[in-house]
Every structure is written in C-alpha cells, then in structure tokens.
Design a protein around this ligand. Structure first.
Ligand code: ADP
Ligand code: MG
Ligand code: MG
Length: 901
C-alpha cells in the first residue's frame, strides 16, 4: 500500500481532491504545485497511517519506513540538499493536516534536521550566524514542547521557553526577538537544551532521523489530544481517519533582509468585502505573525516594501480564487526576495463575510446562485441577526471607548471581564455573561471562548488565534488592543491608569474594535432594523444582500417554513423573516397574563362543570381577542393552534405565600387551594393528566377554546382578512381520543359558523393532531382517519421515543454524546435512526390512509439544519421554528432540495 505521496512543482503524486487521504493541507499543497504556483517540495504521509497508529498502539505499517526513506531521497534530489548532512543540510517542517482544517489544533515543527554540528554549517553556508541560531532555537522550542512535552503545567504558569527567552531579552535590553544577536541566540540555544534535559530527563536528540520520527509520531499523537478532541466535539467533526503528516523542505523568512512571512485572505474574512486582506512580518518565521509576538503589518505595505513580490502574490491571489472558486486563506514566506506558498484552504469567515462574498461572487460570475445557496453554512446563518452595540445609548451617555483594538470579529457584546478560560466557563455555567480578556489566546482557551459573549486580546492581529477562532464561532472579538495591560495574577487590567477588575463590566464592538468600560445596551442587527422599519433598506448593504440571497434561497426551496409564535409581535417578526404561517401557537401561554390567571385558577378550583363553565366564560373573550390579533398579523396565512396542553397544577402556586395570595384574590380558604394542589400532584406529570386528556375529562375547556378560535376567525374574516385556522389536538396516542375531541371541536365550530352566518368555505378550518406519542405514530393510518393534518411534536416524541425525560436528561446526555452513544443531543438534532423512523412511519401510514394529509413539524428540531434535511427527505410539507430561526430554516430547506438534485 502506498503510504507516502510526493508534492512539488510539476511532480505531485496527489491533488486537491484527495483530502480524505492527504488531509486538506497536503492535498492543496499538491494541487498548488500542480498549478505551477511556487511551493517548497515535500511529501505527505496519509491519514490511513494515523488511523493505523491509533489502532495498533502506536505501531506503523511495515512498509512505511522504506517509503519515507525513498521520499526523503526524492526530496534531497529536488532541493539539492541532504538531510542530516553538515555541508548542505536539508531542513524540513513537519506539519499536521486532517481532511477538515482545525486551526491551531495540531502542532507544527519547523527547522527539523538541525543539531549542534549542522547549525554551524548552516551559519557559514548562509553567511548568517544569526539566522542559523534563530532557526535552531526555534526548533528546540517547538520540538521541546510538541515532541518532548515540555509545557507549562497550569494555565497560570509561564511557558518554560518563553520564560528563558524573556530573561535573555531582559539581560541584553532587547524588547523584540529580532533584536537578539547571534551570540544572544547561541546562549538561548544552550539554555533551551539545558532546560529540556533537566525537566524532561532526556537530551534533545542530535540525530536528524530520530528527530523526524519523533515529530511524525507527535503529530499522530496530537490527533487525540484533549484540545483537538474538544475542537472536533464543538464543531461536530466526526468520522475522519486521522491527520496526515506533511514533511516539507524549509524556506526561510527569518534569513534577514528581503525575508518575511505572512498570512492572507483573498477577501475580508470579517465583512466579505472583495479586498486583499492579510498581514506579514519581515525577518520572521512560521507562526510569528499569528502568535502576536510582534504586531504585523497590513499586507498593503508589502506593495511598497517589495513591489515585485506583492504583485506576484496578488497574481496568485486571483489565480487561487479563480481555481478554487471561493475565498482562500493562504500562508506564504519570502526567502531573500523569492515568494513561496505554504498553504491554501477555503477561508473560515463570519456569517457576514459568507453572505457578502457569495453574493458578490455570483455578481462577478465566479459561481452560480445555487452554489452560493449550497455553501453558506446554515448553522451559522442566524449570526447575521446578531446584536450590535446601541449607538444611541453610546451617544446619549457620551461614552468614549477606553481603548481600541482590531475589529476582528463582528457583533456587539457586553459582560463581565474575566481573565482565564476556566473562569469564563465557571461563570457562564452560572448563567453570567462574560467577556474573556487574554493577552493572547491559545488552543487551550477554546472552552472559555465558546461560552464568552465576546473576546478581547491585548496582542495579535486579525489572523491571530483569537481572531480566527472567534470568527469561526461567530463571537464578537476585538484583538490586539495593545494598551491593555493585563495582570493575570492580580486579576485586573490597567488602561492608561484606569483599572478594571475581574467581574467588572466591559462592552466591545467587534465591528469597530472599540472597547468600553461600561455596560452598553445591545441592539438588534441591521437586517432586523430594516425589517421592522427602523432603518431604510438603501442604508444597509447587509440587508440588501440578505434580501437578494433569500430570493435565491426561496427559488430552490420546496419545504414550507412556518413559525412557533404565541403573540402578534412574534408573528410579525417571523413573517418579516419569511414565515409562511404559524406551525404552533401554544394557547396556555395566554393564560398567564394579567387577570387571566385568576379566571384560569377559578376554573381549576371549580367544584363542578357549572363552576368551570362560569370561569371559562370569563376566559373566552380574552382568548378570542388573542386569536384576533394573531389572525390579523398573519394576514391570510394559516395558523395551527394547539388546545390546552400542560397539566393544570402548573397554573397553581406551590408555595404557601403564593397560595395565600390566590386564596385572597379568589375569596376562598387557603386550605382549598392547598388541597387542590395536592390533588393535582402527579408523580410523573409529563406522562400525566395533560394534553387531550384534559379535554377528554373536561370537554368544556376544548369547547371554549374552539369557540374562541372560530369566533375570532369570523370577526377577522368580516374585517376583510382571510383566516385559515388549524385546530390541533395534543398528545393523542389512540385514535379514539382524537375522535372524541374532534367531535367536540367540529360541533362547536359548526355552531359558531351558523351563529355568524358564515360557511366552511369562508372559514376553511381544519382539525388535526400532534404526533408526539409513539403509539400515535405507529397507528398513524388509523389516526389519519380523524385528522386533516399531523404536526410532529418532536420534543415529546423524542422524550417518549428514547425514554429520556426532557427535564432530567441534561445530566447524562453530555456523557452520552461524549461517548458517542448519540452523535448529538437528540433534543437538538433529531435522532434520525430512532425517532426519525417513527416520523417516517407515521408519514407513510398517514398518507396511505389520507393522501392529502398535511404534514409538518413543530418541535425544536424544526430550526436545526441537519434535522430539516431529514424532514425534507421524509416528505413533510413544512417545518416550524422560532421566529429568529426562520431564515436559517429557509436556507437549510433550500440546501436540502439542492442536495437531492
Ligand atoms: P497550522 O496548521 O497550525 O496552520 P502549519 O503547518 O501551516 O500549521 O505551519 C505553521 C507555520 O509554519 C505556518 O506559518 C507555515 O506557513 C509555517 N511553515 C510550515 N512549513 C514551512 C516550511 N516548509 N517553510 C517555511 N515555513 C513553514
Ligand atoms: Mg499551528
Ligand atoms: Mg497553516
């Protein structure tokens, strides 16, 4: 079996399509070399070898060693240098790279192949001692960390290498690494070697081959390190073989004059603007640019500093965009005026950048509308509606930023300052909003970053770890705010003399980079402001591109999208977002407001039917009014209205004080209330007296609700707005339950129509049921005999289908997901293999019995892209989700349709 693939100008054995096997980095290096772009040659060890390593306790496939030897010789031939040779040494980098890019997740080692003897040879060959020892100290640092495991023990500890580096700098009065002389670097090398030997108990290996194997194995090991696993878990990355290893000839950006290194995006990763966007540092190597050690220069300055290189680079920029037909994220190095490309991959970007880049690429003729629709990640799409800092609040209070950094990831955020990822996680767990403030972030901070409202760093540029990860998460971020002096020990920041302690409030504006030492109101996004008439469309490019793009989405979408809404305001928001109706109105929410709860309690406490009817009569006009508001807001769109669902005890207070208050208001004895609460107490209320079981024992409740719906419908119809009510009976398990309730609803509906002098043609009401009890799904053909529509209540269906209590499962579901029992929390992403089967079965049985049966889903899953794909495939007519998820659902539905073409 072939384990190793060569790449290099004109001689690549792989190409860009082989990401599974060569990893994204390796496949794209091969592809770029194939395009005639200058890439230092090298070879890629496949992801299969990593898998083999995992499965065989660190053993390699037998043929590997010989294949690596052969490819090393090829590489020596291509470079005219020899690995381990003191006269003309070949140095290499060892780089990881899985099929899906995971920035910063696995570690790269540069300058491998140096030792005490070779470094001296390199110095004289390059005529540059400083360069040679700078390369060596970097190798010791990276190798010591990644392969030999010499890292800080806790978050608070300093990095052992950085500590020495800082000490040497202090001794010679240098602030930047570049100010260290060859002699200083030699001392640094000696100290690094010593600290490795002391702390690891082994010396840095002088044998280049041993170094190479050590590095290869470290890359394989890093596949399963906790931060790589955490990243994969956070991003739902599963099913990969492992990481590939790229061994590549070094090119040197740290060889003094005319040398440098940089990273760039072919378009702006924050806004999506079609502008070359990047940063570079002269006389630097590898991750210096992103590590925030020195603040890099914007790419445009390269046009002056090295015009020819800049021109060549912009040429490659457009070549890559034309070739890959999407925004690329690239790494390059300049060695003595010679440009080399070291990486290209599809650029990670914010939802804003996705939208703008794709819409503009369609306008440019680079991609089709369908490609644009298929590409924009639906999971992130709701970030477009992310809040922004309220500019009026800032103006009114005359707030001025306490300092500024780079606008690394858009969005406004306000929260308590915290200075460690751990602290962020702990406070977030308690429901607090935090802004994570770090000097710079590293992959260890991922957990804290993912729970923060916003991220601030004192060092680092637009492509720093913090910036890249924040954009990926859609978390507002201000990076490189150099005026912040962060003291981790004292847990405080000083900015020009002002102190901010941990827990004090900060606000950040990821659009501008401003940081405020105050709480600031956070306001809706521009799109929402245009939709609600607070801003004009022509003033918002974001809105106009959104509207155009959603037009393309709707051209492709076949699945309907409705919303779950209980108030006219929610309906209006959802309709503005494109909802085509209501998929679920929960009527019980209407019983909590104002006097209603009083009438509701009267009804519950009533001794007999007559008493209940008296109380219900008070509720009727209020409920009717609610429905009128909703029907008006819907303006002719259909509305599925669910009859009362929760157990009655939820409407009564359980504490003594609350019970006394109710007794006072209703003029009854407090004992009566307590007795009723006790009488209604259930061991398992979720499986108790709720849903249609209420309507069956107290039909007068269903009667009142049906009457309210129909009377409202008639009134709104008479006002000239058409109405399409769909009355939904919840929690049906047996067709006879539905038949009984249906009979009540139809009887009342016909009565009302007669009273109002209207016909069913004028008020085309439907009666249907929620499918949420597994028995109903399994007998869906019978149930369909009494139902004109089904709406899958996938929350309860999951609860009863998997047997997980919705209220208690949080305690163990995390473990279940971590252990891979379920890929994702089944309450978030539909359990397609189990609960999904019930859904499919109910669809098939139901439509067999009633071919025009309308099918929808109104559980939480209606807003989840992967679940929406499933519902599309299962043949549902629509999904229903919360108002803010509506655009996400529309996009996911269009993507589902495109995926099946
Ligand atoms: P990551 O996956 O974290 O981006 P990379 O493998 O891309 O890690 O490498 C880290 C840094 O080292 C990058 O800046 C890259 O450009 C640089 N680098 C990697 N290989 C070489 C090489 N052969 N010559 C010069 N620089 C290199
Ligand atoms: Mg890295
Ligand atoms: Mg890289």
């Amino acid at each position: 079996m072939k384990h190793v693939y060569f790449f290099g100008e004109g001689r690549s054995e792989g190409d860009g399509s082989m990401k599974e096997l060569l990893g994204g980095k390796g496949a794209n290096l091969a592809e770029m070399a194939g395009l005639g772009i200058p890439v230092p040659p090298g070879f890629t060890i496949t992801t299969q070898v990593c898998r083999h390593y995992q499965e065989h306790e660190g053993a390699h496939p037998e043929a590997l060693e010989a294949q690596i030897e052969k490819h090393l010789q090829l590489l020596e031939g291509a470079t005219g240098k020899a690995f381990g040779d003191a006269d003309c040494p070949l140095l290499v980098s060892v780089r990881s790279g899985a099929a899906v890019s995971m920035p910063g997740m696995m570690d790269t080692i540069l300058n491998l192949g140096l030792n005490d003897e070779i470094v001296a040879a390199l110095a004289s060959a390059a005529g540059d001692e400083r360069f040679a020892y700078d390369s060596y100290r970097r190798l010791l640092q990276m190798y010591g960390d990644v392969v030999m495991g010499l890292k800080p023990e806790t978050e608070a500890d300093p990095d052992p290498f950085e500590e020495i580096l800082d000490a040497v700098k202090a001794e010679v009065g240098a602030t930047l690494d570049t100010e260290l002389s060859a002699e200083d670097l030699k001392r640094l090398v000696e100290r690094f070697k010593k600290v490795i030997e002391q702390k690891v108990g082994r010396a840095f290996p002088q044998d280049p081959k041993e170094q190479l194997w050590g590095a290869i194995e470290a890359v394989f090991r890093s596949w399963d390190n906790p931060r790589a696993m955490k990243y994969r878990a956070l991003n739902n990355i599963a099913g990969l073989l492992g990481t590939a290893v790229n061994v590549q000839a070094m090119v040197f950006g740290n060889m003094g004059e005319g040398c440098g290194t940089g990273v760039a995006f072919t378009r702006d990763p924050a806004t999506g603007e079609n502008a070359f966007y990047g940063e570079y540092l002269m006389n630097a190597q590898g991750e210096d640019v992103v590590a925030g050690i020195r603040t890099p220069k914007p790419i445009i300055e390269l046009a002056e500093e090295m015009p020819q290189v800049y021109e060549q680079l912009t040429g490659i920029r457009s070549k890559l965009e034309q070739h890959y037909r999407d925004m690329q994220d690239i790494e390059f190095t300049i060695e003595r005026g010679q440009l080399y490309m070291l990486q290209t991959r599809t650029g990670k970007r914010t939802a804003f950048s996705w939208l703008r880049s794709q819409v503009e690429m369609v306008h440019e003729g680079l991609i089709t509308k369908e490609e644009a629709v298929a590409r924009i990640p639906a999971d992130d799409y709701s970030k477009l509606f992310a809040p922004i800092l309220d500019q009026e609040d800032i103006a009114n209070r005359k707030l001025v930023p306490m300092t500024q950094g780079l606008n690394a990831s858009p969005g406004g955020a306000s929260g308590q300052a915290v200075f460690s990822a751990e602290e962020a996680e702990q406070r977030a767990e308690r429901g607090e909003k935090v802004i994570l403030v770090r000097i710079e972030t590293s992959p260890e901070d991922i957990g804290g970053m993912s729970v923060a409202q916003g991220i601030v760093t004192a060092r680092g540029g637009m492509t720093s770890h913090a910036a890249v990860v924040a954009r990926g998460m859609g978390c507002p971020c201000v990076a490189g705010a150099g005026e912040l002096h962060i003291d981790y020990g004292a847990r405080e920041i000083t900015v020009r003399g002002t102190k901010i302690r941990e827990g004090e409030t900060l606000s950040i504006d990821g659009f501008t980079g401003d940081i405020y030492s105050a709480a600031i109101t956070v306001k809706p996004s521009e799109i929402l402001q245009v939709l609600t008439g607070q801003m004009k469309a022509e003033d918002s490019l974001l809105y106009r591109q959104y509207a155009e793009f959603m037009g393309w989405v709707d051209e492709r979408r076949t699945l309907g999208v409705r919303t779950n809404a209980d108030s006219p305001r929610d309906v209006a928001t959802a309709v503005a977002f494109g909802a085509e109706g209501i998929g679920l109105t929960r009527t019980e929410h209407m019983f909590f407001e104002g006097d209603r709860i009083v009438a509701m309690r009267e009804m519950i406490l009533a001794e007999d039917e007559a008493g209940r009817r008296a109380a219900l009569a008070k509720l009727l006009p209020m409920q009717r009014e609610d429905f009128e508001g909703i029907f008006c807001a819907l303006d002719g769109r259909p509305a599925t209205i669910r009859l009362l669902d929760p157990p009655l005890h939820e409407f009564l207070p359980h504490d003594a004080e609350g019970q006394r208050d109710v007794a006072d208001v209703l003029g009854v004895k407090v004992e009566a209330i307590r007795e009723k609460v006790e009488a209604l107490d259930e061991v398992n209320p979720m499986l108790g007296h709720r849903g249609c079981r209420l309507g069956i024992t107290y039909p007068e409740i269903s009667e009142m609700q049906a009457r309210a719906v129909l009377e409202a419908a008639c009134a709104v119809h008479k006002a000239g707005i058409s109405v399409r009510p769909e009355i939904m009976i919840p929690l049906v398990g047996h067709v006879r339950e539905l038949a009984l309730q249906r009979e009540v609803v139809v009887r009342v509906a016909e009565e009302v129509l007669k009273e109002q002098g209207l016909s069913k043609a004028e008020i085309p009401y439907l009666v249907g049921t929620m499918i949420e009890v597994p028995r109903a799904a399994m007998t869906a053909d019978e149930v369909a005999g009494e139902a004109e529509f089904f709406s899958f209540g996938t929350n309860d269906l999951t609860q009863m289908g998997c047997g997980f209590s919705r209220d208690d499962a949080g305690r163990f579901l995390k473990t279940y997901v971590a252990q891979g029992i379920y890929d994702r929390d089944p309450f978030q992403a539909l359990d397609q293999g189990g609960v999904g089967k019930l859904v499919r079965m109910a669809c098939e049985l139901g439509r067999k019995a009633r071919p025009n049966l309308k099918l929808g889903i109104c559980g939480e899953h209606g807003g989840d892209p992967s679940s929406i794909r499933f519902f599309h495939d299962a043949g549902l007519d629509y999904v229903s989700c919360s108002p803010f998820r509506v655009p996400v659902a529309r996009l996911a539905a269009a993507q589902a349709a495109l995926a099946n073409e």
